[in-house]
Design a protein. Structure first.
Length: 164
């Protein structure tokens, strides 16, 4: 059994119109939502992860720092991947399928539309548009990450900040 948690970064700031997209920080709501979601994942969903893969964009890093602190995952162990920012859902699927099989649970922190596209591809759900700081948990009845296939993911939960 493999568990996959797909996380869209928390709400980012558009205050500086001259700022590059990659460098946008979290806004005040994002700074509040990320640790709240982390607490929810730990206390209500009993989420623990063996590996975290995260985009290198500023808002994704800030989300990881706040959310992972609450689920007690060391930020020093995060694997930072620029490709999560610059790639697409197919690239993310390739990244996940290459995870070492001794990892049982993996969290990916990234961006839309890729997170939504990946959820829709891997699950039997059609979620529309994953909101900021949304988390979709999936389980796969497989022994290897490379065995993950379309619509084979069993939905564990889909949580968004507004529901907390």
């Amino acid at each position: 059994m493999k568990r996959l948690y797909l996380v869209r970064h928390a709400k980012s700031s558009w205050a500086n119109g001259q700022q590059a997209d990659f460098d946008r920080p979290l806004n005040s709501r994002g700074k509040k939502d990320a640790p709240e979601m982390g607490k929810h994942l730990r206390m209500r969903r009993a989420v623990s992860v063996d590996l975290v893969l995260c985009s290198t964009a500023k808002r994704a890093k800030a989300t990881a720092k706040r959310l992972l602190k609450e689920i007690q995952y060391p930020i020093e162990q995060v694997v930072w991947k620029e490709m999560i920012y610059s790639g697409n859902a197919t690239d993310l699927l390739i990244l996940i399928s290459n995870v070492e099989d001794h990892f049982k649970s993996v969290m990916v922190i990234g961006h839309n539309p890729d997170m939504t596209d990946l959820v829709n591809f891997l699950s039997r759900e059609e979620i529309g548009d994953m909101p900021t700081c949304g988390v979709f948990g999936l389980a796969f009845e497989v022994d290897t990450w490379s065995a993950i296939k379309s619509e084979r993911g069993l939905k564990l939960f889909y949580d968004v900040p507004k529901q907390l």
